[in-house]
Design a protein around this ligand. Structure first.
Ligand code: G3P
Ligand code: CA
Length: 252
């Protein structure tokens, strides 16, 4: 199947999102592309975490930016889906821990989650430190490899200036002539529309203009069928194993 299933925040349907347990599970189940979110703590450290506050998925409360690294790593990751088992000891990783652990054996899709102008620079330095730029290219989903993404065009632009050889994909709601023009003007390599909005026409238009395309925001099988049939190169999904079985059955 020429369609890449990217484990969203790791295998987040079955283990705490953005935890080593979820990323390891993705790798063990054959998914070496996984998505993660990066943001900055109160004391200027990079952590792998999605929400603006820690309330939904940990036993703590408050903004990420109001926690020091020590405080944030003392929290337990407990929230998300109803997992089959507990994951005692699951904690919020630093980006350095993440990049060291998976070096040479994965293709992370790193989302610049927050708005601080320092974030792209700090992430670029971390990627360099851990040798990820040696496996970078602007087109493939091969592992090892690295992709940077963001909903924030300004953050993605700052990152692309620092990492010209790394694939940069802009997370958008819907593909249109305007978004394709803007992505090209800003020097991005790819556009990532919400799966439920993708059409074969809009995807092939982006390809014709030289951009890569993959989806995000899979809520159900209809979204999965739609993004697959659109001709996009892949999508993030919280349940990649189940999605693979679904797509294989669809192809029969
Ligand atoms: O693949 C991108 C996806 O992660 C974007 O949405 O809010 O889950 O980070 P979000
Ligand atoms: Ca994300």
């Amino acid at each position: 199947m020429n369609f890449t299933l990217i484990a969203h925040r790791g295998y987040s349907f079955s283990a705490p999102e953005n935890s080593f347990e979820a990323f390891d599970m993705a790798l063990e189940r054959g998914f070496d592309n996984f998505e993660l979110d990066a943001q900055i703590t109160k004391d200027g450290q990079l952590v792998v975490f999605h929400d603006q506050t820690v309330d939904r998925v940990t036993n703590g409360s408050g903004e990420v930016f109001d926690h020091t690294l020590e405080e944030i790593q003392a929290l337990e990751l407990i929230g998300g889906y109803e997992f089959e088992s507990d994951f005692p000891g699951a904690y919020i990783p630093t980006l350095d821990e993440f990049l060291g652990r998976y070096a040479g054996r994965a293709h992370p899709h790193l989302e610049l989650k927050s708005r601080e102008a320092a974030l792209p620079t700090m992430v670029a330095e971390a990627l360099k430190r851990h040798g990820w730029l040696d496996v970078a290219d602007t087109e493939s989903f091969d592992a090892p490899g690295i992709t940077v993404s963001s909903f924030w065009a300004d953050q993605l632009y700052r990152s692309k200036l620092r990492l010209p050889n790394v694939r940069h994909g802009w997370l958008i709601n819907e593909l249109s002539e305007e978004t394709v023009d803007a992505a090209l003007k800003l020097g991005f390599d790819a556009v990532y529309p919400r799966a439920g909005t993708a059409t074969p026409e809009s995807v092939s238009h982006a390809y014709d203009r030289g951009l890569g395309v993959r989806g995000w925001g899979i809520d159900n099988d209809d979204d999965m069928a739609r993004i697959y049939r659109s001709g996009a190169g892949g999508t993030t999904v919280n349940w990649p194993g189940e999605a693979k079985a679904f797509l294989e059955a669809m192809a029969d």
